[in-house]
Design a protein. Structure first.
Length: 276
């Protein structure tokens, strides 16, 4: 029988959760407010939370100075392309590890996860040279491949966790009915793991969208996504905080909106299999 939560414990738990959420959200809130300030108000000392003068000039300057739709479309193609390609590779891999494990399956999973602990700068030069040699530098396909490989361990780990919650007897029954390997994966396993696959897709789209190191390192102009769009607003004369905040707001707004409307699906997928 579940133990009832006392009102005082519920109050303090809720208060702690809201406090953490506000601390995390405050920098985003500050950035959005700064984007509507003048440059003088943005760098005022002491800092002003609310400015006496609000303006849309920063957004007008950012839009006039740069080709925002091109940066936005590059981000969409790179984020979705790397995620879908990663899922196409990770679903069969996670199926194999979950339902046909070998002696070294856990070691392999740990090794894949350990690659995420390696500093990105450690492989920057060789990857840069490979991209130059293969003609992938400053191309969308190059960034799709790079971000897919960077996030593939996370995709496989998440799918492996979700697939482990699916009873193997269901797949065995499909085999007895004559289902081939691909039919088993596509028509039996995948529909049952839709919440987990959807949350994996959403999380990796967010990771790819927010990636800055590789998108700036491996692009110049043609395939530059919104992370490079933000970086373009730093100048040798210094940072223009109001314009930089406007550019940052324009860059994160699409992914924030996506996260807001898909939060139920994301939470459902992240808790997939937690309650029997």
């Amino acid at each position: 029988m579940a133990r009832a939560v006392s009102p005082s414990r519920k109050f303090w738990t809720t208060l702690a959760a809201w406090s953490v959420a506000l601390v995390i959200f405050f920098p985003v809130f500050w950035m959005v407010l700064t984007s509507f300030k003048t440059e003088a108000s943005a760098v005022a000392t002491p800092p002003q939370l609310f400015s006496a003068e609000w303006t849309l000039a920063n957004y007008q300057d950012v839009w006039a100075r740069s080709d925002y739709p091109r940066f936005f479309w590059n981000s969409v193609v790179i984020a979705l392309g790397s995620t879908l390609l990663g899922l196409a590779i990770a679903i069969p891999a996670a199926w194999s590890m979950a339902f046909v494990p070998g002696k070294r399956t856990k070691d392999l999973l740990m090794w894949m996860l350990s690659t995420k602990m390696m500093p990105a700068v450690a492989v920057m030069v060789p990857l840069y040279l490979v991209f130059q040699k293969l003609g992938l530098f400053d191309t969308r396909i190059g960034l799709v491949l790079a971000l897919m490989l960077m996030n593939l361990p996370i995709i496989i780990w998440m799918l492996y966790t979700y697939f482990r919650e699916i009873p193997g007897e269901i797949l065995e029954a499909a085999r007895m009915d004559g289902a081939s390997l691909w039919n088993e994966i596509i028509y039996v396993l995948t529909p049952m793991a839709v919440p987990g696959i959807a949350s994996t897709l959403l999380l990796n789209v967010i990771l790819a969208w927010n990636e800055a190191f590789w998108t700036i390192t491996l692009t110049t102009t043609k395939a530059a996504p919104l992370s490079a769009f933000i970086a373009s607003f730093s100048a040798p004369q210094g940072l223009f905080y109001a314009k930089l905040s406007a550019a940052s707001t324009m860059a994160i707004a699409p992914i924030l909106i996506l996260g807001w409307f898909s939060q139920k699906q994301l939470v459902r997928g992240l808790t997939f299999g937690a309650v029997k």
